[in-house]
Design a protein around this ligand. Structure first.
Ligand code: TZP
Ligand code: MG
Length: 224
């Protein structure tokens, strides 16, 4: 998969599957916020209608994350939901997850592409216009830009970019799939989409009431 499109050759027909970012709400798990396993969060998000979930683990040991992510993937597969692993190309490869999300300081996307192959979904974080413009030249399926608004979820966040940066990036990258992240909630997400993001990635506003994850996700979907 490249640039959000997976090309399948069948006789002389070339079929492009729908791009990843037709899924406008992109939930990301957080164990320290929810005190729930990644698998449990995935289950609740799927019950709310999620079609893709990123598993983000910043504190746990690799073996525990691997086991939890394996359970999450098993649940997701039953519902044809895609699982993207944050940071860890090795874990994505070992689990045959759908893809990986990389930051500016992670393994370079071109190396991840060599390891995970053509069909993997690769996302790449950017934090300003220049990074975004450079990122779309890489073998990635989508880029993320943020934080759009102040966030309490990410340790040591980059400077807030605001809606104007989304508009500028959109104008510079054409229709390349763009995910916005950081401080996005039920009240502000539509203006982020209107500014030019294809999709919004959300942690805190979706997960801060763990018993209401499914209901909150449904509210996002209903408000799109
Ligand atoms: N990257 C930029 S902001 C952010 C990440 C991982 C955190 C987003 O979390 P929240 O709670 O939706 O602001
Ligand atoms: Mg990272």
């Amino acid at each position: 998969m490249v640039n959000g499109k997976c090309k399948t050759k069948f006789l002389t027909l070339t079929v492009y599957h729908l791009p990843l970012t037709t899924m406008k709400i992109y939930p990301i798990t957080d164990v320290s916020l929810t005190k729930l396993s990644h698998a449990e969060q995935v289950e609740r998000l799927i019950a709310g209608g999620a079609k893709i979930v990123q598993l983000r683990e910043k504190n746990g040991a690799a073996d525990a994350f691997f086991a939890d992510a394996a359970r999450a993937l098993e649940i997701a597969r039953k519902h044809a939901v895609k699982i993207i692993i944050n940071d860890r190309v090795d874990i994505a490869l070992a689990l045959r997850a759908d893809g990986v999300h990389l930051g500016q300081d992670d393994l370079p996307p071109a190396e991840a592409r060599k390891i995970l192959g053509e069909r993997a979904i690769i996302g790449f974080s950017t934090h300003n216009v220049n990074q975004a413009v450079e990122a779309v030249k890489l073998p990635v399926d989508y880029i993320a830009i943020g934080p759009v608004f102040p966030t309490e979820t990410k340790g040591n966040p980059d400077a807030v970019v605001g809606l104007d940066t989304i508009k500028i990036v959109r104008a510079k990258i054409g229709n390349f799939p763009l995910v916005a992240i950081g401080g996005i909630n039920l009240q502000n997400f539509r203006e982020v989409l209107s500014a030019g993001a294809d999709s919004v990635a959300v942690i805190g506003n979706l997960l801060s009431e763990p018993d209401e994850i499914s209901e909150t996700f449904k509210k996002f979907l209903a408000a799109v």
